[in-house]
Design a protein around this ligand. Structure first.
Ligand SMILES: NC(=O)C1=CN([C@@H]2O[C@H](COP(=O)(O)OP(=O)(O)OC[C@H]3O[C@@H](n4cnc5c(N)ncnc54)[C@H](OP(=O)(O)O)[C@@H]3O)[C@@H](O)[C@H]2O)C=CC1
Ligand SMILES: O=C(O)C1=N[C@H](C(=O)O)C[C@H](O)C1
Length: 253
């Protein structure tokens, strides 16, 4: 028996990611774009078009409203938009508790290399005294730190807490203008916005006499598309909230 085609609504369809997502979904087997929704469009267009899956690449200010609408209407959602702090994740879980058969995938980064970079960083983090994250992006990016850096820092902090690691050594006593950057769960994060870049991250780890640098570069947004298509294909089989594409990667078709 033929598998039914997955009808997809793309939120943020006119954006840098949304345009490529529309092309990638149209090219992929077994799925098609039925609604392209951007800033002035009514989200109800997704329902009218019969979408069973929504993809969201909008911005942190609007993504929660889109997601509440999708979950409330039983539309599975594949979300790449950044800004998912733990309190936002908790809000999504609250909506899903009312709609337990709906699936939501929130992936801070859809590129395979970035998923591995985060995994390796978490693995290495308890083995070094110091860890700092430098994320580097194009200057049109609206938010800092990046969602990828936020998630990496959370994973590093969790791994170090589990291992009982000591606080990072840092003698800084004078830094009125915050030259040391920000922190996420105690992990230092530095954000660079530079013309010519797409999306890049370095995790620097240091111990006496040695350093390790784990670096990932997305040189083109095409790097995110296989992960997005995989998410669209699998999200209906994962009711509830999944954070991180890695949870879909271990499966075999
Ligand atoms: N997880 C991942 O792998 C990746 C995540 N991202 C994230 O995806 C998000 C989008 O990035 P990018 O494509 O570069 O950003 P863009 O600004 O290029 O695209 C966002 C689009 O969403 C539109 N938009 C704004 N409000 C709404 C709304 N309420 N409903 C529908 N559309 C709306 C914007 O319109 P307007 O410009 O008029 O406001 C714009 O066209 C960011 O949060 C980014 O960090 C990006 C790359 C990879
Ligand atoms: O805005 C971007 O471009 C990107 N956003 C995501 C993030 O905030 O981590 C993913 C990737 O870094 C590209």
């Amino acid at each position: 028996m033929d598998t039914p085609v997955i009808n997809v609504a793309v939120f943020g369809a006119a954006g840098r990611m949304g345009r490529q997502v529309c092309d990638a979904v149209q090219r992929a087997d077994g799925m098609r774009v039925v609604a392209r929704i951007d800033v002035d469009d009514d989200p109800k267009a997704a329902l009218a078009a019969g979408a069973s899956v929504a993809v969201d690449f909008t911005n942190p200010d609007v993504v929660l409203a889109n997601l509440e609408f999708c979950v409330g209407n039983g539309i599975h959602a594949v979300v790449g938009t950044s800004g998912f702090t733990p309190d936002r994740v908790a809000r999504v879980q609250g909506w899903l508790a009312e709609h337990p058969s709906t699936g939501v995938l929130v992936a801070p980064n859809f590129s395979l290399g970035a998923v591995l970079m985060m995994k390796f960083a978490a693995q290495a983090a308890p083995l070094f005294e110091s860890v700092e994250i430098i994320e580097l992006h194009h200057p049109d990016k609206a938010d800092a730190p990046s969602g990828t850096a936020q998630r990496t820092a959370e994973l590093v902090a969790e791994a170090r807490a589990r291992a009982g690691s000591a606080a990072f050594p840092d003698a800084t006593a004078h830094d009125a203008d915050h030259h040391r950057g920000g922190t996420v769960q105690g992990v230092p994060v530095h954000s660079v916005r530079l013309c010519g870049l797409v999306a890049h991250q370095e995790v620097l780890l240091g111990a006496p006499g040695e350093t390790l640098t784990i670096r990932h570069d997305s040189l083109d947004r095409v790097s995110f598309m296989p992960g997005v298509v995989l998410g669209v294909r699998r999200v209906a089989q994962h009711p509830g909230l999944t954070v991180g594409l890695e949870h879909y990667l271990d499966e075999h078709e």
